[in-house]
Design a protein around this ligand. Structure first.
Ligand code: ATP
Length: 263
């Protein structure tokens, strides 16, 4: 029996990070982080610039190795976890993908590819891609080149790429940064839908903002340590927390950004 058949209330959490430590460029950036995302739970990871939020999610998807502690995904120790089709990841936007000559559909379809099955997509894959494009309001742009889209639309395409896997766990790194209001609404709807379907979501956010009603729990990092794990902070978001010094480097991204599409 796969654990998808176990009732959500008794199933092991989608994510359990225990005592996670990590270093970048020779500097310790995570100092014993505990993080759990239960089945069907929407968890926000908050904290000031440089507190380690991105590093936490990057350890979960294998982009940064842990130097200590351990990770379980869906109850399976990380080293044994193979079921990556259950995990959708939307990376933080970067400017790295300038000139990627891909159509919207190709980018979203890449979310269906696995190491075992490269470049051979079947009918179910095409349906999943169409559903994901529809969910983010981009079905009518499927044939367009990625370069022709605004920053917010490109972000929607990245979200669709993750949704095309029909993931049980969706991890998004600052999906609201520098996107237009329409795209923010699409994102809120997407989250709501994931929640209704009983899927788990881990979101890195500057602040809760309009997503606040959808957040079940907030984990706040400070200098690589968890300083709060519980109810989402009040409406003023993490800006109200002691020690907050977040600046918003992405605020102008929608004017000139080229997201890191395939990073
Ligand atoms: N490639 C790297 N090499 C060395 N240090 C790095 C690297 N990437 C990040 N860091 C450092 O690691 C720390 C944690 O960075 P991280 O990106 O996880 O923080 P964050 O909370 O996501 O910040 P932001 O809100 O600015 O995205 C920071 O001090 C950052 O400067």
């Amino acid at each position: 029996m796969t654990d998808t058949a176990i009732p959500a209330s008794t199933a092991p959490p989608a994510v359990r990070l225990t005592g996670g430590t990590a270093a970048l460029g020779g500097r310790t950036v995570l100092r014993g982080v505990d993080l759990k995302v239960a089945r069907g739970e929407v968890v926000a990871l908050l904290g000031a610039n440089g507190s380690g939020k991105s590093t936490v999610v990057r350890t979960l998807v294998g982009l940064v190795p842990l130097t200590g502690g351990h990770i379980e995904l869906f109850g399976t120790p990380y080293a044994k976890f193979r079921d990556w089709s259950r995990v959708g990841y939307v990376p933080q936007r970067t400017t790295a993908a300038a000139g990627v000559p891909a159509s919207v559909r190709e980018v979203v379809a890449s979310g269906r590819l696995t190491r075992r099955r490269m470049f051979r997509l079947g009918g179910d894959d095409r349906t999943a891609v169409d559903e994901a494009l529809d969910a983010v309001g981009m079905l009518d742009r499927a044939r367009d080149g990625i370069d022709a889209l605004s920053g917010g639309q490109q972000q929607r395409v990245l979200i669709a790429r993750a949704l095309a896997r029909r993931p049980d766990l969706l991890i998004m790194d600052e999906p609201m940064a520098g996107v237009d209001l329409a795209s923010q609404e699409v994102l809120a709807e997407t989250l709501h839908h994931q929640q209704e379907e009983g899927r788990s979501v881990l979101l890195v956010l500057h602040e809760l903002g309009p997503l606040e009603p959808l957040i079940d729990r907030a984990v706040v990092l400070r200098e690589g340590c968890v300083c709060h794990d519980g109810a989402p902070p009040p409406a003023t978001g993490q800006h109200a927390l002691p020690g907050h010094d977040h600046v918003h480097p992405h605020a102008d991204d929608h004017h000139n950004a080229r997201p890191g599409l395939l990073s």
